[in-house]
Design a protein around this ligand. Structure first.
Ligand code: FAD
Length: 428
């Protein structure tokens, strides 16, 4: 992977000569807005389309857990760059803030995943990530979490959290400052084999517009969007869930690390109103046009029970502040969609005939938000390199081989795997 040091968050739109490439970015989630802003910062003439508002898809429903604890070299490098940009945006992007916070991966006694953790940590460290293996007693001394039932834990120091909706809104503003034309409430579709879009918005029904390149960053709609143009991709949406809750009867804050209880399959992070917890993965395909966006009762019950077991703040405070051990005060529970691929890696790069200049960025297996600052940058550089005649197999190409969209036929059948799991992190 390579990247330039080109500025990416300037206040002044880049100079565009008559030869500026015209690029359409479809999808105003975290990936699309970042790619649009980064393309414009590099001199492209960009139009960003979303069928709803910016952030109307999964990005506006994400938990905002951000970490660099990856065991694969490509993933670790991407995450390091993403975290570097989140931190830089915290200083430079109005309306966005990032909070540093350690991230604990905890595996309980009796869970066979425990055996994989030491090697996983070694690989993360080999890629320069600040992650260490910690024995449960030491973990309990450092953080207010229950550790008696744990076999092993790892702590990633370079992690943090943010509000995903504010990232999309602030990056959307950055895109506008860079000169991106943002067209919301404007659904579009691919019009033919090349970079041409049918713009099906209310104000411009049936309008067809040609670009030099089209970036497809439509999240859970990817398979349907490309399928309508005859391009099959194995990007399967599935439902995941999250909730926010007060702790200590609403009087306390959750002032502790982010914790992923790998055995329970649940995570928690601090939140301005208490805590945010999630997972509730349903490993079955979901219909992006027709899924239930509210949290299920079973999810609320199961995550509440994990929180009571794991967190001192929840176990001691109780829901009503009366000192009872009770469920946290759930304020809101919701569901949204993630996307799975056969090998757990995304599809990022040219799709279909390279001459068609259609590019895709999708299939994040639950990690699309935290990687968006790095992926948007790669998309921007990759599209411009391709338009300059540098193909994806050029050794200098910014595209990442492991994410090449053409590694699949599109008709693969596979089981949906939860992305945060220890197994998912240590895949070869
Ligand atoms: C509950 C929950 C918690 C999560 N937590 C995390 C987390 O902590 N960390 C993390 O990294 N990831 C998390 N994720 C995953 C994360 O939300 C996604 O990976 C990420 O937001 C994907 O971003 P995106 O830009 O690719 O897609 P999206 O945000 O879904 O954006 C796609 C956009 O395309 C638009 N669109 C679709 N079709 C069209 C069309 N035809 N024309 C125009 N526009 C169109 C949609 O309106 C949408 O705005 C979570 C997801 C959920 C649901």
């Amino acid at each position: 992977m390579s990247r330039s040091d080109a500025p990416t968050d300037r206040d002044v739109p880049a100079d565009r000569g008559p030869s500026s490439p015209e690029v359409a970015v479809v999808g105003g989630g975290a990936v699309g807005v970042t790619a649009a802003a980064d393309l414009a910062a590099r001199g492209a003439d960009v139009t960003l389309f979303d069928r709803g508002d910016l952030g109307a898809g999964s990005s506006g429903r994400a938990a905002g857990v951000l970490y660099d604890a990856y065991a694969e070299d490509v993933d670790a490098a991407l995450a390091a760059r993403a975290m570097e940009r989140f931190r830089a945006f915290d200083r430079s992007l109005p309306g966005f803030s990032f909070t540093s916070c350690p991230y604990v991966i905890a595996v309980r006694e009796g869970d066979s995943d425990a055996e994989a953790v030491p090697a996983m940590v070694d690989r993360m460290r080999a890629h320069g990530r600040d992650v260490s293996l910690v024995d449960p007693a030491t973990l309990g001394d450092r953080f207010p979490i229950a550790t008696d039932d744990l076999a092993v834990a790892a702590v990633a120091e370079g992690a943090g959290w943010c509000d995903p909706a504010s990232y999309v809104a602030a990056t959307g503003e950055r895109a506008r400052r860079e000169g991106v034309a943002v067209e919301t409430d404007t659904p579009v579709s691919l019009a033919g084999d090349g970079p041409e879009l049918r713009v099906g918005g209310v104000e411009q029904p049936g309008d067809s517009r040609e670009f030099d390149a089209v970036v497809v960053a439509v999240g859970a709609h990817t398979a349907e969007f490309l399928g309508d143009a005859g391009i099959e991709v194995p990007v399967v949406p599935y439902r995941v869930q999250a909730l926010t809750a007060g702790v200590g009867g609403g009087s306390a804050s959750y002032d502790a690390p982010m914790v992923y209880d790998a055995t329970a399959g649940a995570y928690v992070r601090p939140h301005p109103t208490g805590l945010l917890a999630g997972d509730g993965t349903e490993p079955v395909p979901a219909d992006p046009e027709d899924y239930d966006p509210t949290g299920d009762d079973w999810f609320v019950e199961s995550v509440s029970s994990t929180l009571r077991e794991r967190l001192d703040a929840v176990g001691e405070g109780g829901a009503d502040g009366a000192g009872e051990t009770d469920a946290p005060d759930v304020e809101r529970a919701w569901a949204g969609l993630c996307t799975a691929t056969p090998d757990g890696d995304p599809l990022v790069g040219p799709i279909g005939d390279p001459a068609d200049r259609v590019f895709v960025a999708a299939g994040w297996q639950g990690h699309g938000f935290m990687r968006a600052p790095a992926i948007g940058e790669i998309v921007a550089e990759g599209v411009l390199a391709s338009l300059d005649g540098r193909e994806a197999n050029d050794p200098e190409s910014p595209w990442i081989d492991a994410f090449a969209p053409d590694r699949f036929d599109g008709d693969e059948e596979f089981e949906i795997a939860e992305g945060m799991s220890v197994e998912g992190r240590v895949r070869e």
